[in-house]
Write a protein that binds this ligand. Structure first.
Ligand code: SF4
Ligand SMILES: [Zn+2]
Length: 322
């Protein structure tokens, strides 16, 4: 990477696809016939009942967008997903997972991007998910159209679409290269809601360019509030992590600061206090938030318990730090 390029980042801040691409580390080797990960988890529903969920992380073509903070491309394919590969992957995972009532089909991108999930695979996918009462997929707000409605109509259960809203901060969201505005999110959620499709939102804590902890917490809560006002039933808060190349550069330049565990805890408490829907914090791979080895595991367990109970639990006290 040239000094000129790094200087360019500091001057301009608005980075395009090519610039984000240039500094990426290598992607992982993945097999189009095997999901790159799958797991069994639990989540409460809006009535407070714990649901068992089979989550399959499908290997598919990389997302057409290149958001500044995204590292999901690491486990994707460079070419369009071969026909029928997704069906093999679902079979592979379901043959190894226990029964569950809900299935998440997460493809590190947009389920309704036909280069990622070929249209010809829809009947086979629908056949394989008929026994689930809910099918959750992820999709960009701008790709939410009639395809989603048609897919939902063919399910026995209900479709839920998880949409990355990230932040509604007016200066930060445009810099994320997400090609999304809060208005786009509002239009998509109105359309999906009117068609009986459930929605969840992914919201960032400490996106790049929000480096003051207090301000970052404030904007995460404002974004959660906005998502609930748009009719989403569930907000999932994700601590923004480094690891995709460009985030490390932004961190060195002081434009990105990793969140603290304290901030994640505070934002979770505040979002639950809104009592407007389900709130989850992403506790997967949050070791980078740890500043104290003595209490980290206990605090992570507390977050997982709060994800399940949807109630604030007693904070963990630690004599090794204040
Ligand atoms: S839309 Fe989602 S998957 Fe695609 S680049 Fe952005 S964050 Fe990553
Ligand atoms: Zn501690």
């Amino acid at each position: 990477m040239t000094k000129r390029f790094i200087a360019l980042i500091s001057i301009r801040f608005m980075l395009d696809n090519n610039e984000i691409d240039k500094v990426r580390p290598k992607r992982n080797l993945v097999n189009p016939d095997i999901p790159f990960h799958f797991l069994h988890e639990e989540e409460p529903d809006l009535e407070g009942n714990v649901q068992s969920i089979n989550t399959i992380f499908l290997t598919s073509k990389e997302c057409a967008f290149k958001c500044l903070m995204c590292d999901l491309w690491k486990n994707t394919l460079e070419a369009p997903t071969p026909k029928a590969a997704i069906l093999k992957q679902i079979n592979y995972a379901l043959n190894r997972l226990p029964n569950s009532s809900v299935i998440k089909l997460y493809n590190s991108g947009n389920f309704f991007d036909q280069k990622s999930i070929p249209l010809s695979d829809y009947p086979g996918i629908i056949e394989r998910v008929q026994s689930f009462k809910k099918v959750i997929v992820e999709n960009h707000a701008k790709l939410c159209g009639q395809n989603c409605v048609d897919f939902n109509d063919q399910l026995n259960g209900k479709l839920e679409i998880a949409i990355g809203l990230e932040t509604i901060h007016p200066d930060v969201l445009p810099k994320l290269n997400k090609q999304l505005s809060p208005e786009d999110f509002k239009i998509a959620t109105k359309f999906l809601g009117a068609n009986g499709i459930d929605m969840r939102a992914f919201i960032l804590l400490n996106p790049p360019f929000l480096t003051d902890e207090k301000e970052s917490i404030e904007w995460t809560i404002k974004t959660v509030q906005f998502a609930f006002d748009c009719g989403v039933g569930c907000c999932s808060i994700i601590p923004t992590r480094p690891g995709n190349g460009i985030m490390e550069i932004l961190q060195k330049q002081g434009h990105y600061v990793p969140p603290t565990l304290n901030a994640l805890e505070e934002v979770f408490d505040k979002a639950l206090e809104l009592k407007q829907g389900l709130v989850f914090v992403d506790s997967w791979d949050i070791d980078f938030l740890s500043s104290c080895t003595h209490c980290f595991e206990e605090r992570k367990t507390r977050l997982n318990q709060m994800n399940l109970s949807q109630k604030r639990h007693q904070p963990i006290t630690c004599s090794y730090h204040q």
